[in-house]
Design a protein around this ligand. Sequence first.
Ligand code: CO8
Length: 260
Amino acid sequence: MEYKNVILEREDNLAILYINRPKALNALNVETIREIGRAIDEVKEDEAIKALIITGAGDKAFVAGADIIGFMGFSAAKARQASEEGELTFRKIDFLEKPVIAAVKGFALGGGCELAMACDIRLAAEDAVFGQPEVALGVIPGYGGTQRLPRLIGEGRAKELTFTGSNIDAAEAYRIGLVNHVYPAAELMDQARKLAKKILKNAPLAVGFSKIAIGQGLQGGIDSGLKIESEFFGLCTSTEDMKEGTQAFAEKRKPQFKGQ
Ligand code: CO8
């Protein structure tokens, strides 16, 4: 598929999505949001792809936010529509039954922090900078930040970050649980690949099911989460991977999963 502002690369069963507007520090204009949506659909539909890494092209930014110049003249209706479109696009990551890792170097501000938070796991380079500076522009986080930030770091910290619009560095992001690991910038992508490969040694369907069950419980409450958990647990018994995983254990060998 043709893209202008993103690059979707494949490395065996791993896809890497680069947000690629370096002249605007990878800021998300409407066109880029749409391309991210199409790229996620492409990853979803390609059965050979089992995991996705999202990162920013260039050294300076993951994504420096929504494109401020792009939304300056928006009417209330247009701004609301743009916010909804971004929210629904990032929601596709929640519903994708494949692990998605954000590899963040440089700025992850506003919509960039929101994109990173929509991913399942966040890895940061030592130079990464996170923040929700929207209130300094007279707006609020509009791509899910008001919902995902408190879920990830707790209400008090989320409110402080959002109300002050302060940026935090990678060490602080790690301390408050916004990122899982911090690495020197030069190692970041290799570490992201390494983590994806470690996950992919496991049964891909089971990884996807556990992702959806975790999300359902966090977003829909524990009862609906437990319902999905038991449904998926039942579904696992009809997979080739479960037969292979349990048989390999009994035969004291490493399993070879096919994602079926
Ligand atoms: N939008 C548009 N252009 C941007 C953005 C952005 N978010 N960030 C950087 N750029 C552009 C700059 O304008 C500049 O362009 P040019 O070279 O043509 O002047 C180029 O990228 C390089 O940026 P700087 O020269 O500013 O680089 P610095 O290293 O001096 O500063 C910063 C880097 C600190 C990241 C600075 O660029 C900055 O503060 N950027 C804005 C960060 C920000 O406020 N982000 C939040 C935006 S609001 C948002 O994300 C809302 C999400 C929900 C939207 C819902 C619907 C639309």
